[in-house]
Design a protein around this ligand. Structure first.
Ligand code: GLU
Length: 426
């Protein structure tokens, strides 16, 4: 199946993300001999909801926003997955991200299915008041979809604990309950978990350490480049630096920087926090072009920003020996064979960035028990889960002699296959 079509008018490649997911599912299914029936079930998301949200802007005008929620599967438990606010949100993207959540939860062995939601908007173009009204309108529109044992959202690109608190409050008001576990990634004061904010970056760090061990490399002898300096990238860079990895490159949408002597990550985080969360203007390294960051000299590359950034054009020029995917879908399927040929180990998104949903699960468990754990306990449980997941994926990729990406899909599909089979059908 072709996942890329050439948009002749613009001479650009356009990509169906969901088709890209299906292509990888097919590849893994073939290798592990997954039954046609199970594969068909998993290729068709269980539920897709699209809503129009009319919201008053600060200037008195009314604007309609498109909101989405796709539940891909509930075979292993209630569906779980974030809500993103971005201009490229559409039905196809949400469907792909929802399927990835099913695979991600299965890889880490969480009792969850997969879902994803989103609103098409540019969060930087709205006031806090507008964002609050849009978030509350979305919660109202999704009140029959969300539920503590049904579908549990969380933050994703363009959202954070702030939006989760608004959505929780609105949901509680309309359902006349107090149900903190209906959403995760909340601020700690309203039922969030210690360690949740840094969890995705922490998972990236643990996966990097596990992979370095397999490669026989010590963290203090390797360099890393991190693309993206939001919640995932900044925590990943900070935690890797704490483990001795020399961070030589960082970048976000505003600017990219390189310093072969190493970048002071704490100083970069401090700079971004004082400059509207942008790195532009940082003086601790030399500014380079954004497109140079991924191909600059380093041992470990962490794409932690957007999807589809590793392409057939730049993959041949990547110098890293290890890629750890902090973002969802940063590597285009066409680039995978190039990375494999270059013997670059790629820890795939559904494993590498699963730290976030893992601690979301811990948050949900704490909410259900109304008993809260220390940050140390959360981190310890997280690290154990992540190391187990890494070893399972590594074992499957070794057994089937495939890349870690296919190994991760095989790990997930083995689990999902049991869920689909045991729960049966009509
Ligand atoms: N949005 C995050 C992800 O893609 C977290 C999901 C969650 O915590 O439910 O994994």
């Amino acid at each position: 199946m072709s996942t890329t079509t050439l948009n002749a008018a613009q001479g650009q490649h356009t990509q169906s993300m969901f088709e890209a997911v299906l292509a990888r599912l097919d590849a893994a299914a073939k290798i592990m001999n997954l039954s046609e029936e199970v594969s068909t079930v998993l290729k068709n998301p269980a539920k897709q909801v699209k809503v129009s949200l009319p919201v008053m802007m600060d200037n008195g005008s009314l604007k309609i926003f498109n909101g989405y929620r796709t539940i891909h599967s509930t075979h292993l438990g209630p569906s779980k997955g974030g809500i993103r606010y971005a201009m490229d949100v559409n039905a196809d993207e949400v469907m792909a991200l929802a399927a990835w959540m099913s695979f991600k939860c299965a890889v880490v062995n969480l009792p969850y299915g997969g879902a994803k939601g989103g609103i098409k908007l540019d969060p930087r173009a709205h006031s806090v008041g507008e964002l609050e009204r849009i978030s509350r309108a979305y919660a109202v529109a999704m009140k029959d979809v969300f539920g503590v044992n049904k579908d549990i959202p969380a933050p994703d690109m363009g959202t954070s604990g702030r939006e989760m608190a608004w959505i929780l409050d609105e949901f509680n008001k309309i359902t006349a309950t107090d149900s903190p576990g209906v959403i995760t990634g909340k601020p700690v004061a309203v039922g969030g978990s210690l360690g949740r904010e840094a969890a995705t970056g922490r998972g990236v760090m643990i996966n990097t350490l596990c992979a370095l061990k397999k490669l026989g490399l010590k963290p203090e002898n390797v360099t890393a480049v991190v693309q993206g300096f939001g919640n995932v990238g900044s925590h990943a860079a900070r935690l890797l630096a704490e483990k001795g990895v020399k961070i030589v490159g960082i970048g976000d949408h505003s600017a990219s920087y390189y310093n072969e002597k190493g970048i002071d990550v704490a100083a970069a985080i401090d700079f971004a926090s004082k400059h509207n969360r942008n790195l532009k203007g940082f003086t601790g390294a030399t500014e380079i072009k954004n497109e140079e960051l991924l191909i600059s000299k380093c041992d470990v590359l962490v794409p932690a920003a957007l999807q589809n950034v590793i392409t057939i054009e730049n993959a041949p020029k990547i110098q890293a020996k290890l890629i750890v995917e902090g973002a969802n879908g940063p590597t285009m399927p066409e680039a995978d064979p190039i990375l494999n040929e270059k013997k670059i180990i790629c820890v795939p998104d559904i494993l590498a960035n699963s730290g976030g949903v893992t601690v979301s699960y811990f948050e949900w468990v704490q909410n259900k028990a109304s008993y809260y754990w220390s940050e140390e306990e959360v981190n310890q449980k997280h690290d154990i889960k992540m190391e187990e997941a890494f070893e399972n994926v590594w074992a499957n990729s070794t057994e089937y002699k495939v890349s870690m990406r296919l190994g991760a899909y095989i790990t997930a599909l083995k689990k999902l296959e049991q869920g689909v089979r045991l729960k049966g059908h009509y």
